[in-house]
Structure formats: structure tokens, C-alpha cells
Design a protein around this ligand. Structure first.
Ligand code: GUN
Length: 292
């Protein structure tokens, strides 16, 4: 059997078009466009690329993009003061502080300074609590994007399905598990201390891999027909492409997974493109909630 490749890029393009189509009615009703503020501290090259992509996508969706770039040595109190100004700014619906922050800053203190109703990353403890208790809130972009692709494949109700989430981060693993649980799946959260991970994965109809270890999940770990969502983005050496060349792979051995699974997200082109599309979706949702 050869599994279907879940085309995250096409899925994300569709979502971005729907969001862009939703901006016009918001503008007509409120007289303003949804606004997203992105804060970048320091000059980490990967973060600069992400922030540039977010800006471009925000403008393409017809929203306002406010970029704030601060020097790496900015005091934490100055960053928090900026967040507080953005909280009070009526033209800002969403605030995203790009992570990681420089070592002298406490990420939790900065995240908790964001107004939960503008927290389009869904990282604030209030939003984590809302998700865990089934209240409406803002949900982290990557797990929500994974859930949308799963729903497209399996429907909204995952009753009777077993799911394993590999990884227990606050950004992906834990919120992913909550979303699966809310959809009635029977959920296992596996991590680096789990005994016999292959056996745990073999029992699952749905596998979400978010561990950050290149091609760790092998094809023979999978239950036949499983749906596999690969959140990992790992850069590995690719000597076959020439000396010093690299390539991106996921946490799942993709070619092997295609032999056993029913559907697999590729890396790149799977989960990655969904994250920014969901960020735009969260910004529009936050704008509507704030507009009442
Ligand atoms: N750094 C890498 N991914 C993300 C993300 O989704 N949100 C934030 N704030 N920082 C990131």
C-alpha cells in the first residue's frame, strides 16, 4: 500500500484564501482591518526569516502588520512595556513575540504579559487553561493546523480512535493532546522516558510526531492504515547532494511510513505551511471577538 501525501501547502493556501475573504466583511462591519503585531528581539537568522514570512502573509491576507524589532540586549522590562502598549492599542488584535528570546529574558514573564485575548500564539496560561477546560480561547497555531488536516481526513469526531502524540512541549505536544481529547480520541502522550515507544506507536490510529529527532519514527512502528502528522523539522547532512549539503527531514522516516500508513504529511510541505495560515486565522478570530 502507498499512503496519500497530505499536501499541507495546498491546505494552507486554501485556508489563507478563506481568511483573506473574511477580512472584507470585518472591514465593512468595523471600518478597520485586523492588525497583527510581531515582536522580534535580537538577530537570530531563523527568527528573522519567520518574522519576514509572517509579515508578508499578514499583508497578503489584507490585514495590518506591525513589526517591532528590538536589540538583543534590550532589558526584559522594556519588552514587557512594549507588550503593554500593544495590549492597549486598539488597532492591534494579535500580538506575537517571536521565540526564542535572548537568555536574559524570562519567556514565561513575557508571554504572561500579553493580553490573553490578543495572544494569537495561544501560549498564555489563560489560553492553555481554556483549552484544557473546553472554553473558547486562542489555540496554538501548529497543533491547530495539525488538527485541521486530521479533521479533513477523518472527520471531526475521533470517537473510538487511538492517538499517540510523541513529545510533551507546551507549544505542540500538550495542546495537541488536548485537541485530540476534545475530539473524543483516546490519547497517549509519549516522550523521551516512554518505555517501548515502537509498541505504543503501533497501537495508534493517529500518530503526531513532535520530538525534533530526525526520522526517529520508523515505518515498521506504524499500524497499517494509520494517519501520520509529522511536526518535526530537522536539518541533516545530505552528502548525496554534494559535499557540505543538507536537507530537511521530519521526525518520521517518510518513505517507510508511506508503505504502511494511509496518509502522511511530508517535510517540508506538510505541517510547516499551516502554522502561518493558522496564525492569520487566530488574528481574524481575535479581531472578531474584540469587536464583539
Ligand atoms: N518560534 C518558532 N515558532 C514560533 C511560534 O509559533 N511562535 C512564536 N512566538 N515563536 C516561534
Amino acid at each position: 500500500m502507498t499512503a496519500d501525501r497530505i499536501d499541507g501547502k495546498a491546505f494552507a493556501e486554501g485556508l489563507r484564501e478563506r481568511i483573506a475573504a473574511g477580512v472584507a466583511p470585518f472591514l465593512a462591519a468595523t471600518g478597520r482591518r485586523p492588525g497583527l503585531a510581531v515582536v522580534l528581539v535580537g538577530d537570530d537568522p531563523a527568527s528573522q526569516v519567520y518574522v519576514g514570512s509572517k509579515h508578508k502573509a499578514t499583508v497578503e491576507a489584507g490585514m495590518l502588520s506591525f513589526e517591532h524589532r528590538l536589540a538583543a540586549e534590550t532589558p526584559e522590562a522594556d519588552l514587557i512595556a512594549l507588550v503593554e502598549r500593544l495590549n492597549a492599542d486598539e488597532s492591534v488584535d494579535g500580538i506575537l513575540v517571536q521565540l526564542p528570546l535572548p537568555k536574559h529574558m524570562r519567556e514565561s514573564a513575557v508571554i504572561e504579559a500579553i493580553d490573553p485575548d490578543k495572544d494569537v500564539d495561544g501560549f498564555h496560561i489563560v489560553n492553555a487553561g481554556r483549552l484544557a477546560t473546553g472554553l473558547p480561547g486562542l489555540v496554538p497555531c501548529t497543533p491547530l493546523g495539525c488538527m485541521m488536516m486530521l479533521e479533513d481526513r477523518l472527520g471531526r469526531d475521533l470517537s473510538g480512535k487511538s492517538a499517540v502524540v510523541i513529545g510533551r512541549s507546551n507549544i505542540v505536544g500538550k495542546p495537541m493532546a488536548q485537541l485530540l481529547l476534545a475530539a473524543n480520541a483516546t490519547v497517549t502522550v509519549a516522550h523521551s522516558r516512554t518505555a517501548d515507544l515502537p509498541a505504543v506507536v503501533r497501537a495508534a490510529d493517529i500518530v503526531v510526531a513532535a520530538v525534533g529527532r530526525a526520522e526517529m519514527v520508523r515505518g515498521d512502528w506504524l499500524k497499517p492504515g494509520a494517519v501520520v502528522i509529522d511536526v518535526g523539522i530537522n536539518r541533516i547532512a545530505a552528502p548525496e547532494r554534494g559535499e557540505g549539503k543538507t536537507r530537511l527531514v521530519g521526525d518520521v522516516a517518510y518513505a517507510e511510513a508511506l508503505e504502511t500508513a494511509s496518509a502522511v504529511t511530508p517535510v517540508p510541505g506538510g505541517v510547516g505551511p499551516m502554522t502561518i495560515a493558522v496564525l492569520l486565522r487566530n488574528t481574524l478570530v481575535a479581531a472578531h471577538r474584540r469587536a464583539g
